[in-house]
Design a protein around this ligand. Structure first.
Ligand code: MN
Length: 201
């Protein structure tokens, strides 16, 4: 099954002013398309061609050596961005009361969650991602370099922030913290909660 670039649920300009339309268009139609095409090319003609990319990345150790790096980087890029677009929404969506309660219980408060997530996103050196993941039913914050995906560590990502410069440089230049702050206005907590529930079922 050839992977296709997922369509966005909103227009490229819908996340303005927090993420600008030009960044969105390049990020989706060039970068994500590139990961998609290169992943397809890497697995074409192999036994992995018909497998779900997430299932492949969960067992990266089983991927043949000659295509392992390509699958890790481009399969990761495909999967990570597919999640990223879904957990963004124009204006953001608030968490339900029960899920807000789980966040408070886990991190102390929403503000403490944001502080810890910001810390992970800020300190990720160079290109990578900050994540809210689920491990054994509990939420944790981690970061990964490059396009490494939490799935390869046995974790289920439910929220991710792309901190590659291509995700923010046109608007924010070197000011990654401003981009991280803006991101919190766009989180689709309904989607995050759905993914949390799916991960614990
Ligand atoms: Mn990206």
């Amino acid at each position: 099954m050839t992977q296709e670039l997922p369509k966005l649920d909103y227009e490229y300009n819908a996340l303005e002013p927090y993420i600008d339309a030009q960044t969105m268009e390049i990020h989706h139609s060039k970068h994500h398309q590139g990961y998609t095409d290169k992943f397809n090319a890497a697995v074409e003609g192999t036994e992995l061609a018909n497998k779900d990319p997430i299932e492949i990345l969960k067992k990266l150790e089983d991927v043949p050596t000659e295509i392992k790096d390509a699958v890790r980087n481009n399969g990761g890029g495909f999967v990570n961005h597919s999640l990223f677009w879904k957990i963004l929404t124009p204006g953001g969506k608030e968490p339900s009361d029960p899920f807000f309660g789980i966040i408070n219980n886990t991190f102390g408060s929403m503000d403490e969650f944001k502080d810890k997530f910001t810390d992970a996103a800020t300190k990720q050196f160079g290109s990578g991602w900050a994540w809210l993941v689920v491990k054994d039913g509990e939420m944790e914050i981690i970061s990964t370099p490059n396009q490494d995906t939490p799935y390869s560590q046995g974790l289920t990502p439910i929220l991710g922030l792309d901190v590659w410069e291509h995700a923010y440089y046109l608007k924010y230049q070197n000011k990654r913290p401003d981009y991280i702050k803006a991101f919190f206005n766009l989180i689709n907590w309904e989607e995050v909660e759905k993914r949390f529930k799916d991960s614990t079922n």
